[in-house]
Ligand binder design. Structure first.
Ligand code: NAP
Ligand code: GLV
Length: 309
């Protein structure tokens, strides 16, 4: 028996249909209609209310609908002995890579400046380098960062990445550690954040780190709002240290009406949909996980809460 915790945006019927097709024997209940809590073996969640998972005494695995599990990690009552599986899914990866490539190209080819010129009916050609002369840096070279890096390398960009452990990805310069972060930022003209939100990465987009980028760099944050210190990002934009930002995630979502990001002339606000989990492909991952638990096999993509992701 599985319990589905609905997200704000998901159509729950699509998840139910997808799961029923793959696992006709799996009875699925939708929170808050839990019934007998002891029946529930699996939970599929995005952002469940704090304490709700702790009420399920026979839970065998928790499947996150998202790649990020920061919302689960912040539940003080999260059952400690139940594995949490994060979403690793082809569709989610493809969606993110599409968004990152689009945003990098938009900054690279100064599309925002052309939009400004258009409003002014001003005709001027702006010179931009070709991709091999554009340095893109990706914070986080995990499932999503590595795929974006690969596709940007394919387009010819000069790509580097920063991760906890050193990587060896074709055409990607790898940096790690604090010293590595400084060197990585100093060379990065378009910065993409694809880190998980942990105690080690919270507030990483702060004035010190943004100040290490070359003047006039661009920022693309597609990870979590908590990676940004919002006042520092705004100050960097206002001083010209950051020329532009594409922001998909914010410390408070939905972004409050009074947030200065909404009206900032050099910010593109996207409502946390750089990549969304699509039940069609994601349900296959959940079904594989449930099968693994039932057969006593090892689960893939289990979160390491010591590491924080
Ligand atoms: P992942 O596979 O776990 O990769 C995380 C990467 O970050 C790894 O390369 C890891 O290094 C690195 N990292 C973690 N902590 C670090 C630290 N303290 N210092 C340096 N590097 C560190 O995660 P993913 O699947 O790529 O997803 C990344 C994040 O994207 C998610 O956590 C989520 O927040 C966000 N996301 C956003 C959207 C959206 O629509 N905006 C959609 C999906 C996901 P190692 O490789 O050395 O472990
Ligand atoms: C979305 O933000 C995710 O973590 O999958």
């Amino acid at each position: 028996m599985a319990l589905l915790f609905k997200s704000d945006t998901d159509r729950i019927d699509i998840w139910q249909e997808a799961l029923a097709k793959l696992m006709p024997d799996l009875e699925v209940r939708v929170w808050p209609d839990v019934g007998n809590a002891a029946d529930i073996e699996f939970a599929l969640v995005w952002n469940p209310p704090v304490g709700e998972l702790a009420k399920l005494p026979n839970l065998r695995a928790i499947f996150s609908m998202g790649a990020g599990i920061d919302h689960l990690a912040s539940d003080p009552d999260l059952p400690e002995d139940v594995p949490v599986v994060r979403m690793v899914d082809e569709g989610l990866t493809q969606g993110m890579t599409e968004f990152v490539v689009m945003a990098v190209l938009r900054h690279h080819r100064r599309i925002h400046d052309y939009q400004t010129q258009q409003r002014q009916k001003h005709w001027a050609q702006l010179v931009t380098p070709l991709a091999p002369d554009r340095k893109v840096g990706i914070l986080g070279l995990g499932v999503l960062g590595a795929d974006s890096a690969e596709k940007l390398v394919y387009l010819g960009f000069d790509v580097a990445g920063w991760s906890r452990t050193q990587k060896s990805l074709p055409g990607v310069e790898s940096y790690s550690g604090d010293e590595g972060l400084r060197a990585f930022l100093k060379r990065t003209e378009i910065l993409v954040c694809l880190l998980p939100l942990t105690t080690g990465t919270k507030g990483i987009l702060n004035s010190t780190n943004l100040g290490l980028l070359p003047h006039g760099a661009s920022l693309i944050n597609v990870a979590r709002g908590g990676h940004m210190v919002p006042e520092d990002v705004l100050a960097a934009l206002d001083s010209g240290q950051l020329a532009e930002a594409t922001l998909d995630v914010f410390p408070e979502e939905p972004l409050p009406a009074q947030s200065p990001f909404w009206d900032h002339p050099r910010v593109l606000v996207i409502p946390h949909c750089a990549s969304v989990t699509l039940p069609k492909t994601a349900a296959e991952n959940v079904a594989r996980g449930i099968e693994a638990v039932r057969k006593g096999e090892a689960l893939q993509n289990v979160v390491d809460f010591e590491r924080g992701y």
